[in-house]
Each structure stands twice: as C-alpha cells, then as structure tokens.
Design a protein around this ligand. Structure first.
Ligand code: AMP
Ligand code: MG
Length: 372
C-alpha cells in the first residue's frame, strides 16, 4: 500500500484534504493525524474491521483497548451507560483537551475497539486538525498513538512515516505536537476517580476540580506496590524503549552531573558510544567541563539537551523525539538525568522509567564507584 502524506496548516486547514481523509476513514481505512498530545492512528471506532486493522498496522496486542476520539460532547452520550457527575465536572474543566475518561460502555462500541473490556476510553482533542478530521469521519475515531507497538510515541509526522509507511492509507502532517506526552487517563467507574496514566493534566489539577482523586497503585512499581498490575492494559507493556539499554541517574543536580561524567567517561574509555539525555543546564555543564578534557568524547558522546529544568513543557515535548534520535545515532548505551519536576514530573518519569525498564542508578553510588 502507498501511504499518502499531506501537509496541513493548523491555522488554515485545507478542507479538501480533510474531506479526503474523512472518506478514507468512513470506508474503513486508516489515517494518522496530529493531536495536541502525540500523533494518533485513526480508524472508524464503530467499525470492528477498522479497529482490527489498527492493531495489525501497529503490531499492538489486541487486548490493549483503543481510545475513542470525539469532537462534540453530545457524541459521548450513545457510547456510554451513564456520565457520572464527576465526569461532567472533568469534561467541563478539561475538554476539549489532553484528558481521556473511562466510562462503562454501551453496545455501540465494538469489543475490538474496547479490547474486550466492558468500559470505553473517550477523549475530545483540542487540536483543530484532529477535530476537523473527526467531524469529517462520522464523529468517532479510534486512535492509539501512531507508532509501531513498543516504540516511543510519535510527536512529528516524520516519526509516523518511519514506523508506519506502507502500512496505512494516509498521514496528515500538522507539524510537531504541542505537549508531546499522551493524554492523562482517568477511570470514572469507581467512586473516587483513579488516574490510570499520568499526563499534562496532573494530579493537582484534577484535585482542584474533584477534591479527591486516586493514583492507580499499579503505576508505582516500587516498594509495597511492586508486582501490582496497572489497570490500563497498555501500561503493562514494555514501551518507549530505545534499542540501546537506558539507565536513569537520580540524585541532587550537582551529583547527577558528576555521576554522568563518571559513567560516560568509563564507557567512552571502553570504546563505546554513549547517549546522554539531560536538561539544558546539565548538558551545558558537561559540554564545558567534560567534553574538552575527555579523549574520544567528541566522537563517542551523543549529548541530547531536552530543555531547561525550569521549562518542564519543553522537556516533555522533546522526550520521545530524543529517545528516537538515540536509535538513529546508533549509541551502545544511554544515561538519562531524572526529571522529577513539579508539574509534569510524574508524567515524564512514568515514560522514562518504562523506557529504562526501571533501571535507576543513584548518582552518589556511581560517583563513589568511580573513585575506587
Ligand atoms: P494509546 O492509544 O497508545 O495512548 O494507548 C491507550 C491507553 O489507554 C492504553 O494504555 C490503554 O490500555 C488505555 N485504555 C484504553 N481503553 C481503556 C479502558 N477501557 N480501560 C482502561 N484503560 C484503557
Ligand atoms: Mg501508545
């Protein structure tokens, strides 16, 4: 199959292209499109054959349900058994936007779309291209992230081309995504709403609206929670993983910089190519104090600044693209600074820990081992 790629400007959307893309989805085909979070791979959510095609194109396990995207709040009503009051509050506060809500589903949602679950995940994106496409497609688009299963989510159309060229009908290129991390998922089927996946809409923002919100214990894969399965099936799979092994270096900022120098220095001396994912601040420090004195570093160190520590949104926006860059650069191993920033830290670290397979190195340990 030839995948057609069309460039669209979010400020001046070409309605001819949107109609063409809408037609593709209405007749059961697949179109990748931009949203404010990441690129989605869209098919008709009410057509079980289209959902099957989505799983096949991504190589996604079929028990991992798809999010249904709508463009009007009224479109939610026939999909779900009831809209709890807390759901109304969240919709009012955050729709359209990067928040996915889980409801009990009706027969209208085919089991292929909901991964066999009695519930359905629904989101109303704010991105104007996404909204226009949903309207032109009949109102209900099932769309997971438009990457091959297991790879980092795509935040540009080029990422989608790399993963899915020849496997889907069309790609709408609306430029890089604003947020760069997938939507926050909140489960409304329990008395107290539960965060199943952290995202741009953080715990604090949800608490302001709801008063009380819980965090799925399966998300905190440590201590007493080790071994508890996350409730969202997709959160159980290995994900976002670059080809080279990745470890997160944790500690106070100065220590982390020192530890990165020790770890990278050792690997470079061993003749390895090392990727480093760091804040601009740490990267600047490494470039000034480490690179000049380290033989071989100029060729073997691949330093990727993600953004200033003070600008969490920039770090979030660049995260997935950088994980992909490490693959292109062919590094042998990767060290990442830990980003426990105040607002997006939980969302960023959730993705980074999965990419690292939960490998964390304490900066202080790395430094003292380097001294031995
Ligand atoms: P993606 O579309 O790639 O952002 O992944 C969608 C995420 O939503 C996956 O982690 C799914 O497991 C999760 N999800 C979708 N529907 C449901 C549902 N009904 N209950 C729980 N999690 C869901
Ligand atoms: Mg995904």
């Amino acid at each position: 199959m030839t995948t057609e790629v069309y460039r669209l400007s979010p400020e001046d959307i070409d309605s001819g292209i949107i109609q063409k893309a809408g037609e593709v989805i209405r007749r059961g085909g697949l179109v990748a499109f931009p949203t404010e979070t990441v690129y989605g791979l869209g098919g008709d959510a009410l057509n079980s054959e289209a959902s099957k095609k989505i799983y096949a194109a991504k190589g996604r396990p079929s028990d991992n349900p798809l999010i249904v995207h709508i463009a009007e709040e009224d479109a939610l009503i026939p999909l779900v058994r009831e809209v709890p009051e807390k759901g109304r509050l969240l919709m009012h506060a955050f729709w359209p936007g990067p928040l996915t809500l889980i409801f009990r589903k009706t027969e209208m949602v085919p089991p292929e779309t909901s991964g066999g679950l009695p519930t359905v995940a629904v989101r109303m994106p704010v991105d104007p291209i996404a909204a226009a496409l949903i309207r032109a497609s009949g109102g209900y688009i099932a769309a997971p992230s438009a990457n091959s299963s297991g790879r980092p989510s795509p935040t540009t159309a080029e990422h989608v081309v790399r993963d899915l060229d020849g496997r889907i009908d069309m790609i709408l290129d609306g430029g890089p995504c604003d947020i760069g991390l997938e939507s926050t998922i909140v489960d409304l089927t329990e008395d107290v709403p539960v965060i199943l996946r952290p995202g741009f809409i953080n715990e604090e923002m949800l608490k302001e609206v709801l008063g009380e919100v819980k965090l799925d214990p399966g998300l905190l894969d440590a201590g007493a929670n080790a071994g508890i399965r996350p409730k969202a099936p997709g959160m159980r799979y290995r994900h976002y993983a670059p080809k080279a092994p990745l470890a997160i270096v944790e500690g106070e900022a100065r220590e982390v910089t020192e530890a990165l120098k020790t770890l990278a220095g050792k690997a470079i001396l061993d003749g390895k190519r090392v990727g480093i994912l760091a804040s601009d601040d740490t990267a600047r420090d490494l470039a000034e104090t480490f690179l000049p004195g380290m033989p071989g570093a100029a060729e073997r160190l691949y330093l990727c600044p993600a953004g200033s520590r003070a600008e969490e949104q920039t770090i979030a926006r660049h995260l997935f693209a950088i994980l992909r860059e490490f693959d292109d650069a062919g590094v042998d191993l990767i060290y990442a600074e830990s980003f426990k920033t105040p607002e997006l830290g939980m969302a960023i670290m959730n993705r980074l820990l999965k990419a690292a397979g939960h490998r964390v190195i304490l900066a202080a340990d790395a430094i003292s081992e380097g001294d031995m």
